[in-house]
Design a protein around this ligand. Structure first.
Ligand SMILES: [Zn+2]
Ligand SMILES: [Zn+2]
Length: 126
């Protein structure tokens, strides 16, 4: 019988874990719960990424419409603000907020490499 011990890597910001250090480092850099996440959606849409703390403040003070405007309608930035503000998964709250990350991100994800974004979902839905 062979036994083998392997390292498991855990995201510093959410519950995601995995066996690949490189994949987890990549996830952490774009994790919705990472306050310093790099938004590859903004990058691909060639818009300037706004600090998440700023987005959260605007959402709290002025609501979704203002958040959308400030985030230049980037679904990943809107989603990150939701995730970090509520520590909740916004999918189930779409009816409440009129925001559905999956629906709104689909066309952008289709534009870039879809496979790269599998498993990036917020809050433990993988
Ligand atoms: Zn994470
Ligand atoms: Zn963005």
């Amino acid at each position: 019988m062979k036994t083998k011990q392997v390292w498991r890597y855990y995201c510093d910001h959410c519950k995601k874990s995995g066996g690949s250090k490189a994949a987890m480092a990549k996830h952490e850099s774009i994790c919705f719960y990472n306050p310093a996440r790099v938004c590859t959606f903004c990058e691909s849409m060639q818009i300037e990424q706004k600090p998440i703390s700023e987005l959260m403040d605007i959402f709290l003070a002025e609501g979704l419409a203002a958040l959308r405007k400030h985030a230049e309608n980037c679904p990943a930035c809107i989603n990150a603000a939701f995730c970090q503000e509520t520590r909740e998964i916004p999918y189930g709250k779409a009816w409440e907020y009129d925001f559905d990350y999956r629906a709104e991100s689909k066309s952008i994800i289709d534009d870039i490499r879809a496979a790269e974004y599998e498993g990036v979902a917020c809050g433990g839905i993988y």
